[in-house]
Every structure is written in C-alpha cells, then in structure tokens.
Design a protein around this ligand. Structure first.
Ligand SMILES: [Zn+2]
Length: 178
C-alpha cells in the first residue's frame, strides 16, 4: 500500500506522512476500474479490470484514488484503445464496424451495433466538447465527427516517443498513454 500512497493530499495539500505524526492518508479500500482494448500494439482486444487503491485524507476527508496511467475516468476503454479507434475511424477512414472489430473485446453485438459503433460517435463528440483528450485543438462547429477523430489521432500521435515511421494509428495508440 505504501508504494503507491500519494505524497500529499491533492485536495488540501496535507502531507501523507507528517513527521512525528500519524499517517495523513489512510488506505480506504479498492475500487475496480476498467481498461478494455488491446494492451499492446497489434494485440487482440481484451477485457481488463484493474483494482485501484483508494486513500482517505485524515485532514479534509477527501478520497483519493490511485490508478495506473492510461486509465480514462468513467470510461471502460483504455486511453490507448480510444486513440486507436479514433485513428482508424478518422485518419484511416475505416467503417465503424471494422474499427469496433479491431478495438472492442466484445465479440457478440446486436444487429444495430454490428453496422456502426455508438462508442466511436460518443468519443468523437466528447473530444469535440473538450471532455476527452482536452489537448486536441477545437475544430470549427461544422467539422464532421470523422474530422474530429482525425485531429485527435494526429494530436495524440505527436506524443509518441520515437513514433517516426509508425502508422498514425500505431503512433496514436502509443501517444495516448504518455
Ligand atoms: Zn486533504
């Protein structure tokens, strides 16, 4: 538990272990977080649940959760999986059903979901609204969701270290976890 305990409370800045005093951030149980999608480039998509450790600040009562990098709050898919999907949709211009086949770990989908992929539209709209990957510059209001997805892909791909020579979907996958 000590290995991942934050140094101070992000809410009130109280140190997690003040000298000579009891520990300020107490362990507060575990919560499951999801990280769906391929875990590395070219790998098959998988369903992963990660147990995140929680701490409670004894000074202000805030509950702090420590999660591995690449976890996007309130989303099932990993940041890399979402970036890959946006690149395949926006930059590689694949059909939504094909993007889903490559990124989603779910093999059984309903008849309507087979043709499109609601997650793809939801993520593109979230990027447009600045709620997902806020580093992506805003596009004009008339831009299509594919154009929004393409800009997200090129923006995230630029963060890939040593990404030169990689396809844009590979670079976006890597860049999103930076
Ligand atoms: Zn606090």
């Amino acid at each position: 538990m000590d290995e991942v305990r934050p140094g101070r409370c992000p809410a009130c800045d109280a140190p997690s272990r003040p000298a000579g005093e009891p520990v300020g951030l107490h362990g507060h149980g575990l919560r499951e977080r999801h990280q769906w999608g391929p875990v590395e480039l070219g790998a098959a998509a998988v369903l992963i649940g990660i147990l995140a450790r929680r701490y409670q600040c004894q000074a202000c009562g805030a509950v702090v959760m420590v999660v591995p990098r690449g976890i996007v709050r309130r989303r099932l898919y990993s940041a890399s999986a979402i970036a890959l999907a946006l690149a395949l949709y926006g930059a590689a211009a694949l059909a939504p059903g094909e993007v889903r086949r490559r990124v989603s770990p779910l093999r059984i989908v309903g008849a309507t979901a087979a043709a499109g992929w609601a997650s793809l539209r939801r993520w593109s709209r979230a990027v447009r609204a600045g709620r997902l990957f806020p580093v992506v510059r805003a596009l004009p209001a008339e831009a299509t969701l594919r154009q929004v997805a393409a800009r997200a892909a090129t923006t995230l791909a630029a963060y890939a270290l040593g990404g030169r020579g990689l396809s844009i979907d590979s670079a976006a996958f890597l860049g999103a976890s930076m």
